[in-house]
Design a protein around this ligand. Structure first.
Ligand SMILES: *[C@@H]1O[C@H](CO)[C@@H](O)[C@H](O)[C@H]1NC(C)=O
Ligand SMILES: *[C@@H]1O[C@H](CO)[C@@H](O)[C@H](O)[C@H]1NC(C)=O
Ligand SMILES: *[C@@H]1O[C@H](CO)[C@@H](O)[C@H](O)[C@H]1NC(C)=O
Ligand SMILES: *[C@@H]1O[C@H](CO)[C@@H](O)[C@H](O)[C@H]1NC(C)=O
Ligand SMILES: *[C@@H]1O[C@H](CO)[C@@H](O)[C@H](O)[C@H]1NC(C)=O
Ligand SMILES: *[C@@H]1O[C@H](CO)[C@@H](O)[C@H](O)[C@H]1NC(C)=O
Ligand SMILES: *[C@@H]1O[C@H](CO)[C@@H](O)[C@H](O)[C@H]1NC(C)=O
Ligand SMILES: *[C@@H]1O[C@H](CO)[C@@H](O)[C@H](O)[C@H]1NC(C)=O
Ligand SMILES: *[C@@H]1O[C@H](CO)[C@@H](O)[C@H](O)[C@H]1NC(C)=O
Length: 677
């Protein structure tokens, strides 16, 4: 990195919250953009890219350079520093050369008429378009008509200990006396391992290298138009005793926004890991118990989570970001059957109020809100949140974790084409937009650590995570992709296409899987879109999926007006709101909500910082807070009370709650395994 003047976000120094200045820069930026468009036409798409000099930034020179470029029409409009001679294009299509922030180049390959756009002197321009058939970011995405064809960026800002994602990160710490099984224990192990650079350096190295700008370019070139990005709460802050690396993930999420904007890709930000854990799984941050809406800390952790949802919503609803981060999954995979649908609906309604309180109501105001079905099933949510403004349901249809079968791919098409297609279709009518936030090509649980570190696989009878799963077959034929022949690849592709057709609006899990450091290759191939593209079992054009499931009639658009922010949006009847008022009356495995520990709204809000733009001081990147009237403080512990550990599990709540002697911090029990859904 270092001093390249191109695309760089300055580290560390962020604008202070709520000191929002006027956006006069946007008008200025518009003029610059116009100039840039003319320049691009003149200079043509095949551009000689002069490697940027590594001179340091000079903000006072920026203004001069910009003024100069619009006055003279010189080809240096993309050179905000003006100090060096640069001929960087601000836009291009198939075959154009991309120069990344470290000066390296690659060729943009997009056979679908997509165009990238990035002008550092106009960094919030949304002219980029992923493909000719996907609306540019500055155009309206017509939900229910325009299809979401997306991939997850799994294993990046929330790490997961599975070969599916980035095994090398965990492999180093699995054969130790305290093996890393989730990001909590990984963080502890990394922090101890100062020889390798400790926590920050090791984790940031992963953030820097696992997903880069080139991935976004490839995703657009693969005919995909959305990404779903899991984000953990520690991207915002951590509190005492929490070993996660705080805030650094956010810096990389900001890069993701910039890259998505450049290639015309929309982001579904998925709040994946909540304080206390919303599902007890490794990808929630800590493997073990469920402590959001469950157990004695169930309310307190939910209060804190709802505040993080508000903080994220305030950031992404800002005009500079709302058209890129166009969907917000407020909580990934909560255990709906454990916490109960009533409590979950009450929590979701409060999350909805927090997001809409930040964004306002109606098309163009902030993100679509996505609610995971909590494993209750799409049908179980029909009619919920009536007239809510731009809400959608998120289902993760996996068939690999339950009973195992050795039947080949070719005999499995009825699952997507009948079951999934019908469910999805019905939900589009009964609820509104319904997406599959995750699905994969896996039809069994073979693959290194697909079930978690050292847990084995049900398929070959080695599963040690509970239940009885007799041997069905060897895993190797399913994981050794180097031995797959053409007919195997064609069968997988047919299954992928059937899934896409059935789900209509989807996010494959996941874009990329790291190599195992032991074998040097991907050990869970059914989970990697990128490997499938490279090796010929994923479609090079996902539109090939249309009509594969011949027997089903797809959803007949459009959605109802209020479901996409039109007439009536946000008019949730009082009868519904009062039935699901926050907080719920009882919390599972804890009892009456009124008797449980709660936080108090007196803390300062950890506003999310905007990127510091290298281009110029006069362009406003936002102060992180869209609604200046939303001045409520943050839920924090009452100073005079002691609290249970947020990850305490289902321990009895001490009574009385707020007298110091009765309150000791509870010891954490050893993590236990929650069965996969
Ligand atoms: C920055 O640019 C201005 C205007 O060209 C120039 O006067 C000034 O010396 C430069 N400062 C540095 C530190 O290079
Ligand atoms: C999107 O941006 C491009 C380039 O700035 C512009 O030509 C186009 O008119 C914009 N579209 C809309 C709908 O604003
Ligand atoms: C950990 O130990 C097991 C059993 O000895 C071995 O199979 C595995 O390859 C080791 N993993 C790593 C990452 O060294
Ligand atoms: C980290 O180091 C401390 C002190 O040496 C030790 O007690 C602890 O078990 C270590 N934790 C891990 C996860 O390695
Ligand atoms: C660990 O994470 C993987 C990947 O998300 C998941 O499939 C598995 O069920 C998890 N295991 C446990 C024990 O939480
Ligand atoms: C902004 O927040 C205030 C206070 O919560 C709320 O009353 C108002 O409706 C919000 N504005 C919008 C546009 O939602
Ligand atoms: C391809 O591989 C499958 C699975 O190993 C096998 O059953 C099939 O006979 C092979 N087909 C050809 C044409 O070699
Ligand atoms: C895995 O290793 C292969 C061979 O070294 C390499 O080509 C590939 O890029 C690697 N994949 C990832 C996802 O790192
Ligand atoms: C899908 O929904 C449409 C209405 O939007 C309906 O006409 C059609 O019969 C449904 N198909 C299935 C398979 O449910």
């Amino acid at each position: 990195m270092g001093g390249t003047p191109y695309l760089e976000e300055k580290r560390g120094a962020y604008a202070s919250p709520r000191a929002r200045s006027k956006r006069k820069a946007i008008i200025f930026g518009g003029i610059a953009a116009l100039a840039a468009v003319i320049i691009v036409v003149v200079v043509a798409v095949y551009f000689t890219v002069v490697k940027p000099h590594s001179s340091s930034h000079n903000d006072s020179a920026d203004g001069a350079a910009k003024a100069g470029s619009s006055a003279t029409g010189s080809a240096s409009s993309a050179s905000p520093t003006g100090a060096s001679t640069q001929n960087l294009a601000v836009s291009g299509g198939d075959g154009s050369t991309i120069t990344t922030e470290d000066g390296t180049t690659f060729t943009y390959t997009n056979p679908f008429g997509g165009t990238w756009y990035y002008d550092p002197s106009d960094p919030f321009n949304n002219a980029a378009q992923a493909q000719s058939w996907t609306p540019a970011l500055n155009e309206t995405f017509n939900y229910g008509v325009d299809q979401i064809r997306g991939v997850n960026l799994g294993g990046w800002l929330v790490t997961e200990p599975v070969s599916r994602f980035v095994p090398a990160l965990y492999e180093k710490y699995v054969n130790t006396s305290t093996p890393a099984v989730d990001e909590w224990t990984l963080s502890e192990a990394m922090a101890n391992d100062t020889e390798s650079g400790g926590l920050q350096q090791q984790l940031e190295d992963h953030y820097k290298t696992f997903i880069t700008e080139q991935d976004f370019a490839e995703i657009a070139g693969a005919g995909l138009n959305w990404v779903r990005i899991p984000l953990p709460y520690w991207a915002i802050e951590v509190r005492e005793g929490e070993p996660f690396l705080p805030q650094v993930a956010w810096k990389y999420f900001l890069k993701a926004i910039q890259w998505a904007r450049k290639y015309g890709i929309r982001i579904n930000l998925d709040f994946h890991s909540l304080p206390g854990s919303q599902n007890g799984w490794n990808h929630s941050g800590r493997l073990g118990s469920v402590n959001v809406l469950n157990g004695p800390m169930g309310i307190a952790n939910a209060q804190r989570s709802l505040d993080y949802i508000r903080v994220i919503a305030e950031f992404i609803s800002q005009p500079e970001y709302k058209d890129v981060v166009a969907m917000f999954g407020v909580t990934n995979e909560p255990q709906g059957n454990m916490v109960g649908q009533e409590a979950l609906a009450s929590y979701y309604l409060q999350a909805y109020d927090n997001v809409r309180g930040a964004s306002g109501i109606g098309t163009g105001n902030g993100p679509f809100i996505s609610f995971h079905d909590g494993f209750i099933g799409l049908a179980g949510w029909a009619g919920f949140f009536p007239n809510s403004d731009r809400t959608s349901l998120d289902l993760h249809p996996y068939i690999c974790f339950d009973g195992q079968s050795s039947s080949p791919y070719s005999s499995r098409l009825s699952v997507p084409c009948q079951t999934w297609a019908t469910n999805q279709n019905n939900s589009m009518s009964a609820f509104g937009l319904s997406t599959a936030g995750e699905f994969s090509n896996a039809i069994n649980d073979c693959g290194l650590w697909v079930n978690g570190v050292n847990l084995g696989a049900r398929y070959d009878g080695t599963y040690s995570g509970g239940g009885t799963f007799p041997f069905v077959g060897e895993c190797e034929p399913w994981t050794d992709w180097t031995s797959w022949n053409q007919s195997m690849k064609a069968d997988i592709q047919q299954f992928a296409l059937a899934s896409m057709d059935a789900l209509q609006n989807w996010f494959f899990w996941t874009w990329k899987i790291g190599n195992s450091s032991v074998s040097g290759r991907v050990e869970a191939p059914a989970w990697s879109y990128q490997l499938g593209l490279q090796q010929g079992w994923m479609p090079t054009d996902p539109r090939q999926a249309v009509g594969i499931c011949e027997s089903t009639a797809p959803f007949n658009p459009p959605l109802q007006p209020w479901q996409t922010g039109g007439a009536g949006a946000g008019q949730i009847p009082a009868s519904f709101s009062s039935s699901f008022a926050w907080p719920p009356a009882t919390i599972s495995n804890a009892g009456a909500a009124t008797l449980l520990p709660t936080y108090t709204q007196t803390g300062s809000v950890p506003t999310l910082p905007a990127p510091t733009l290298s281009a110029t001081a006069s362009i406003n990147a936002g102060d992180g807070w869209n609604n200046a009237s939303d001045t409520a403080s943050m839920f924090v512990p009452i100073a005079t009370c002691n609290y249970l550990n947020p990850w305490c599990g289902e321990v009895p709540a001490p009574s009385p709650l707020c007298s110091a002697p009765a309150k000791r911090a509870h010891q954490l029990a050893a993590p236990t395994i929650t069965a996969a859904p």
